[in-house]
Ligand binder design. Structure first.
Ligand code: FVH
Length: 294
């Protein structure tokens, strides 16, 4: 990283729980950092650490070659940009606000109509990890714009460019959150079941962690099957799995706990079996996930 990259100025607009962590990481990494927030007082601690307070949002949008937006939602981003007539031709907007891929693509179109270069992003981290390698920040949009600012963005954590489609970061975010909540729901189902037998959550957690880690090891091989479209039953056939799924439902019903998740698991498998895939391996279910449900 040469001296010009380490000294590259950056602006952060939106100093909520996440925005203030972003600005603090840039400051700590030695970047001249301009900050602006709708409620000005939230900028005070960062100004005390050496940040420059932008007097207006127009000033904030034109203060640095990289302007990071981190607001509540895309509506807030649109309101803020629409209320400004600043010349955006001298900055790259990086929007780290959560939203949908459609919102990201629309925001890119609107920004580019204003002459700005636009990157979209998704933060797969909590504020306290920003500035460490544990903070994964995903980006999508023109690769040259990402490359131009990668050194600065590296102050936030582990940064990745996913591709030119501005919607990719949001799609990865949705996919990642689907996995996160699905794993948590599965763990809660098992915890609820075992608690009926007097097993507390702390006793089950190490086993659950081992199961989650074991399943994670299967993903590369399963991905090869999906990408090749061939699902030979090397470990077990879907029909065998489906018989075990019955037990999940029976146990949950017998224990008097919620059985909706086991029923959904079985329903997806039954559809694939009805479509003739009973003798194939579990990833063949991708066909059921790839179409709208009933
Ligand atoms: N916090 C987290 O762990 C998650 C991690 C994953 C990514 N999310 C997303 O990051 C965006 C910001 O989240 P946040 O936690 O910082 O949210 P707040 O603390 O509520 O701060 C919101 C900021 O947005 C400003 N704001 C809201 N509406 C407007 C508007 N119309 N015009 C200008 N600014 C606006 C708000 O300003 P103020 O209320 O302080 O005046 C805050 O600065 C979000 O998309 C998460 O999903 C965080």
């Amino acid at each position: 990283m040469n001296s010009s990259e380490t000294a590259s100025p950056v602006t952060v607009i939106g100093l909520g729980l996440m925005g203030r962590a972003l600005a603090g990481a840039f400051l700590k990494a030695g970047h001249p950092t301009t900050v602006w927030n709708r409620t000005p007082a939230k900028a005070d601690p960062l100004v005390a650490e050496g940040a420059r307070r932008a007097p207006t949002v127009d000033d904030a949008l034109t203060a640095a070659p990289l302007t990071v937006l981190c607001l509540t939602d895309y509506q807030a981003v649109r309101e803020l940009l629409d209320a400004s007539d600043a010349d955006l031709g001298r900055t790259t907007l990086l929007n780290l606000t959560s939203g949908s891929s459609a919102q990201a693509r629309e925001a890119a179109r609107r920004a580019e109509r204003r002459g700005a270069r636009y990157l979209d992003g998704a933060i797969m981290a909590i504020p306290s990890t920003i500035g460490t390698a544990d903070a994964l920040v995903l980006h999508s949009g023109p690769r040259p714009d990402f490359d131009a600012h990668e050194a600065t963005l590296g102050a936030l954590g582990t940064v990745t460019h996913l591709g030119e489609d501005h919607g990719l970061a949001s799609l990865y975010d949705a996919a990642g959150l689907t996995m996160m909540w699905s794993v948590l729901n599965a763990w809660l189902q098992g915890t609820a079941l075992l608690r009926t037998a007097g097993v507390d959550a702390a006793a089950f957690a190490p086993f659950a962690r081992q199961m989650a880690a074991g399943v994670a090891e299967w993903l590369p091989g399963h991905a090869e099957q999906i990408d090749s479209g061939s699902f030979p039953a090397e470990v077990s056939a879907l029909e065998t799995d489906a018989r075990a799924m019955e037990h999940l439902i029976e146990e949950s019903e017998a224990a008097g706990i919620n059985a909706e998740l086991p029923r959904l698991i079985r329903a997806m498998a039954e559809r694939a079996i009805a479509a003739g895939h009973g003798g194939e391996q579990y990833p063949v279910l991708i066909e059921e996930f790839a179409k709208p449900g009933p």
